[in-house]
Design a protein around this ligand. Sequence first.
Ligand code: MD3
Ligand code: FE
Length: 206
Amino acid sequence: RTEIAPGAFHVPDWLSPDQQRELIAACRDWATGPVPMRNTRMPNGSHMSVQTVCLGWHWMPYRYSKTADDVGGGTVAEFPSWLAGLGRDAVTAAYGERDDSYEPDAALINFYDSTAKMGMHQDREEKSLAPVVSLSIGDSCLFRFGNTETRNKPWTDVRLESGDLFVFGGASRLAYHGVMKTYPGTAEPSLELNGRLNITLRVTGL
Ligand code: MD3
Ligand code: FE
């Protein structure tokens, strides 16, 4: 594992191929669940190029809600306890110390087709500063990890590949970050995933 910045740990190739396949299958179900995966509409009327579906809490820019008022008002699928367990295993792998008190209650599942990106931003909607767990599956991407002050330099570019784990806690929890591009066609063909999935686990504190 590599500490990219204080509290930000990259653990390459953490998920086994079987775990990756199981998570892809779960994401397919979630994407067609009570609140379907969609391109989130921003307050200025534009749409994100990334497609997102939420578990536990619904994310709307820039808040969490219990009903998905931007997509029909349904209630998102519950956050499964097995996913919280995977989150505890992830934090343990990243920090090298077991933390059974880590209790994520929301997941954002992002899907990137070959053209999708995510601009530099902070994740500030959570009232808890507990770590965020990020799992990458499918196509590789160019991930940019910045600083806590501005969306500009200095930053560190990291290529994230299928199976990689990233945990952002401590001094890195409020750092700017984004996905500059994906590398289409780099997913292992047997995954049958035409793009990139990212699953983040969060403690909303709500
Ligand atoms: C650093 N997702 O959903 S995951 C997001 O690959 C998001 O889909 C990206 O940024 C993706 O908000 C990047 C890495 C990540 C996620 C949350 C963070 C990095 C973070 C929260 C705080 C600091
Ligand atoms: Fe983010």
